[in-house]
Design a protein around this ligand. Structure first.
Ligand SMILES: Nc1ncnc2c1ncn2[C@@H]1O[C@H](COP(=O)(O)OP(=O)(O)OP(=O)(O)O)[C@@H](O)[C@H]1O
Length: 254
């Protein structure tokens, strides 16, 4: 039997904020071009784990990890890994849309500018492609030089996704990307996630069980820093193995 190649794997991963043991021996393997949802009650470690996947926690004083996170079979905490290269490969979208106080165009091409790309044609083409991928092009094509801050919250979030896509990542991490949005904008982002998984591996933290059920292929349930259960979403929501998972997904505690 050939060994399956996973896009992202955690092996015996432990994470600490100082003395606080935030993630306890996490082992998980996520498939390529699939959506994995992280669910669990507040404070269980979902965001901490998500942020270890592109080393966003490196900035936090006292934070450390043990174990391995493999991206395409390579440990992202390895000595030879350049964090700037890693972040190009693993993009991130946050809970609150966070466009820069710049034009719509400059927001999308921001990552390319940082890379020193100046070619106007490359910038324009990338901006259009990324905005089309997030279904925003028709809404903004006549106002690319206007401030991104004038867009609606939902449009801003799609712009932030376009900004992440512009630097051609293969993985996109989303930390509760719709929790600040209205139902229509939420539906648009969910449709977008569905489209994007054809080309990208997506990991999403969500508090919304229906959302996890709608958008994800696999779901991981965390509780107090442990990964309690990980399975195909359909199985998790119809026949969870653990009572704690069952209680959480049926809303008995949260
Ligand atoms: N910067 C930090 N310094 C110290 N402890 C932290 C820090 N960030 C998170 N923690 C702690 O780590 C634990 C996990 O937090 P984390 O934000 O990963 O949980 P979460 O499941 O994403 O929660 P929520 O759903 O509320 O966002 C919590 O006990 C939290 O207090």
């Amino acid at each position: 039997m050939s060994k399956k190649n996973y896009k992202l794997e955690a092996k015996s991963l432990n994470a600490y904020y100082g003395n606080f043991h935030a993630l306890k021996d996490i082992n998980i393997a996520m498939e390529e071009k699939a959506v994995t949802a992280f669910i669990g009650p507040s404070g269980c470690g979902k965001s901490t784990f998500l942020r270890t996947l592109n080393r966003m926690n490196d900035y936090i004083d006292g934070f450390r990890v043990e174990g391995e996170i493999l991206l395409d079979n390579r440990d992202i905490y390895g000595k030879d890994v350049r964090v700037d290269e890693l972040r190009k490969e693993v993009g991130m979208v946050f809970q609150k849309p966070n466009p820069f106080p710049k034009t719509i165009f400059e927001n999308v091409v921001y990552g390319l500018r940082i890379q020193g790309i100046k070619d106007k044609r490359v910038l324009a083409e990338t901006a259009e492609t990324s905005l089309r991928q997030t279904a925003l092009w028709d809404e903004v094509k006549d106002k690319l030089d206007k401030s991104a801050l004038a867009l609606s919250g939902g449009q801003q979030q799609r712009l932030c996704i376009a900004r992440a896509l512009a630097i051609s990542p293969s993985v996109i991490l989303m930390d509760e990307p719709t929790s600040a949005l209205d139902p229509i904008s939420t539906a648009k982002i969910e449709e977008l996630i569905y489209e994007l998984k054809k080309d990208y591996t997506i990991v999403i933290v969500t508090h919304n069980m229906q959302q996890a059920g709608r958008v994800s292929d696999q779901t991981a349930f965390f509780y107090m820093g442990e990964l309690v259960e990980f399975s195909k979403t359909k199985i998790m929501f119809t026949s969870p193995k653990h009572e704690r998972t069952q209680n959480y997904i049926t809303g008995r505690f949260g």
